[in-house]
Each structure stands twice: as structure tokens, then as C-alpha cells.
Design a protein around this ligand. Structure first.
Ligand code: NAD
Length: 320
């Protein structure tokens, strides 16, 4: 692949990437570099030997069949549930991602949702927009001294733990696959899943979406939770059974939720979630910052050039 690609390649950049990243690729290879901010057409895919994407471009049968020369895909994202790995494996296509680019943004967004729910940001903003003042608003809560349960102590989960500790929250975490060293470094004890559910006053999800975690949070798991729980999800919508979450919100078992991700995106216009007053919703913008955009664009470009020049693969997908 090395050398062969370098001279006769066509890099298709099929989403928004920074000009610096595109110029960097152009300066390093002699082939074509084509950028399209729309979804890639069959004609472009037919020529592509390398494809740079974000989560909007789904790597499915139709795309793979339209791209017979494709050797490498780099997704400038930390999630990868938009890629069918059975297909890429069959076609021997190398896939890489950029998990180090956006965890800071996602962690900050998690704190934003958490604080927003605690302080009833949604309701207070609505009152002002409607011309009212705070008279009907119930008081909020501090984050300090709350027990916050983190499920998934990876990049985002670990950074959320650090930020929470700065607020004086009591952090507990469940992650059966994470190294003891990560728990030790954060000064956290290992907890079981049911212990985290039973103890957390605020629960925040930071797991990848996979066969094990699909509908991880459902009626049976929510039954283990504290009454009056606050629930935050910036991971992936399908980790949660949205119907069970709505039922728990409507029954008052969960008193507030901050959600950036949904079972189906965009969220349906008539979703009951849109109507619940104690729910703060954002349209999957956890990584939607200038900093994450710049970092992910350049990391993806560098991974591509390293791969072309040396064959070296980093942040390979699927994860082993
Ligand atoms: P990561 O791979 O660094 O961390 C995931 C952690 O989850 C790992 O430590 C892993 O051991 C743990 N885990 C896996 N299966 C688990 C299970 N069954 N129970 C408990 N823990 C389990 O990933 P990350 O970069 O921290 O991202 C976390 C999630 O956040 C992903 O779903 C990612 O797609 C999502 N994300 C969303 C946004 C956004 O825009 N909202 C931005 C960044 C990341």
C-alpha cells in the first residue's frame, strides 16, 4: 500500500475539514485531493483510494460497493458506530479514528448539561423568553458533595471525573475494562454497576455503543437507581432505552436529564422528550467546538500521511 498509494491516489475528503489539514495533505502527496462538503457522490467514490469522513458519512454496503479502490478510511470522530466493520474487513480497508481530538469538548459539555439540569436552566431560560421572571421557579441544587456515578471511565469519563472533583462532587465509577492505574490516578475506587446505580444521585454515561452496551440503560437497570436521580448522556443515544427513560422521567423517579444524543437523530419533532420541562436537550454537539474541529482535522490528515509514507497505523478500528 505504501508507495503505491503515494503516486496514484485520490484522497476524498467528504465533510468539513480545516483548510490547514487539506493543505497539509496536498503538500505531502502528488495525487488528487478532492473535498466535498456534501455526501460523496458515486463518481467521486469510484476514484477514491483514501476517504476522510466524520459521522455523517455512513460506511455501508452502498458506499463500499461504489468505492472499489478504497484502501483507507479515517474518521475524524471518537465514535465509530457509523462504520460497518464487517464490510471494511472483507475489503481489507484500513480504518482509523481520532479519539484524542474531542474528549475535552465532550467532557465540558457533560458538565454543562449536569449544571444546567441542577440549576433548571431550561425552565429559567423559558420563563425569561416568555416575559416572566423567576417567581414560579423551584430552587436548584449545587453540584458540590453530590455523588456522581460515571459509567465508562475512558477519555471522556476520566476528564469528567477530574472536572467533577474540582467542583467538590463525590465521584464513583464503573468500568470493567479500564486499567486499575486509571482509577488510582483519579483517586477512584472500582464500583460494580449495581452499586453505582444504587449510590449515584447523578448518573453520567461515557461508554461506546456496541453489542454489549446497546440498551444498557433500560427499565430493569433504572429500577436499581436512586429515586430523584439526575441522568446525563453524552455518549450514544442507543445505549439507552429511550422509552424507559421517558417513563422514569414522567413518573418522577428521574427528576431531570441532560441529553446530547438520542436513539434516532435528528430527534423526532414529536418526541415526548421535547416536552418534558426537566429535560435539557442539545442536538449532538458534545464535540462541536472550534478546538475539537481543528484538532480532529489535523490528526486525521497526519494519520493519513503517516500511513501513506510508512504504512504505520494508529488508533486502528475496530477496537480489539
Ligand atoms: P473511550 O473508548 O476512551 O472510553 C470508553 C470507556 O468505556 C472505556 O474505558 C471502556 O473500557 C468503557 N466501557 C466499554 N464497555 C463498557 C461497559 N459495558 N460498561 C462500562 N464501561 C465500558 O471513549 P471516549 O472517547 O471516552 O467516548 C465515550 C463515548 O462518548 C463514546 O460513545 C463516544 O462515541 C461518545 N462521544 C460523544 C461525543 C458527543 O459529541 N456527544 C463526543 C465524544 C465522544
Amino acid at each position: 500500500m505504501t508507495g503505491l498509494l503515494k503516486n496514484s491516489q485520490c484522497v476524498l475528503v467528504a465533510d468539513r475539514f480545516t483548510l490547514e489539514a487539506i493543505e497539509f495533505i496536498r503538500s505531502q502527496i502528488s495525487g488528487d485531493v478532492i473535498q466535498t462538503e456534501n455526501l460523496p457522490t458515486r463518481e467521486l467514490l469510484n476514484k477514491a483510494t483514501a476517504l476522510l469522513i466524520r459521522s455523517r458519512t455512513k460506511i455501508n454496503k452502498e458506499l463500499i460497493e461504489a468505492a472499489p479502490n478504497l484502501k483507507v478510511i479515517i474518521t475524524a470522530t471518537s465514535g465509530f458506530d457509523h462504520i460497518d466493520f464487517e464490510l471494511t474487513r472483507k475489503k481489507n480497508i484500513t480504518v482509523m479514528f481520532t479519539p484524542d481530538a474531542n474528549f475535552e469538548s465532550a467532557a465540558e459539555h457533560t458538565l454543562l448539561l449536569m449544571l444546567g439540569v441542577l440549576r433548571r436552566l431550561n425552565e429559567s431560560a423559558r420563563l425569561l423568553r416568555e416575559g416572566s421572571w423567576k417567581d414560579e421557579l423551584k430552587s436548584g441544587f449545587e453540584l458540590k458533595c453530590k455523588t456522581v456515578g460515571i459509567i465508562g471511565l475512558g477519555r471522556v469519563g476520566s476528564r469528567v471525573a477530574e472536572l467533577l472533583q474540582a467542583f467538590g462532587a463525590h465521584v464513583i465509577a464503573f468500568d470493567p475494562y479500564q486499567d486499575d492505574k486509571v482509577f488510582e490516578k483519579l483517586g477512584l475506587e472500582r464500583f460494580g454497576l449495581s452499586e453505582v446505580f444504587a449510590q449515584a444521585e447523578i448518573l453520567t454515561l461515557h461508554v461506546p455503543l456496541n453489542e454489549e452496551t446497546r440498551r444498557y440503560i433500560r427499565a430493569e437497570t433504572l429500577e436499581l437507581a436512586h429515586d430523584g436521580l439526575i441522568f446525563i448522556n453524552t455518549s450514544r443515544g442507543r445505549v439507552v432505552d429511550e422509552g424507559a427513560l421517558i417513563a422514569a422521567l414522567e413518573s418522577g423517579q428521574i427528576i431531570g436529564a441532560g441529553l446530547d444524543v438520542f436513539e434516532n437523530e435528528p430527534l423526532a419533532r414529536d418526541s415526548r422528550l421535547r416536552k418534558l420541562p426537566n429535560v435539557l436537550l442539545t442536538p449532538h454537539i458534545g464535540a462541536h467546538t472550534e478546538e475539537a474541529y481543528i484538532k480532529a482535522s489535523m490528526l486525521a490528515a497526519q494519520k493519513l500521511i503517516t500511513f501513506i509514507n510508512t504504512g504505520e497505523i494508529s488508533d486502528n478500528l475496530p477496537l480489539q
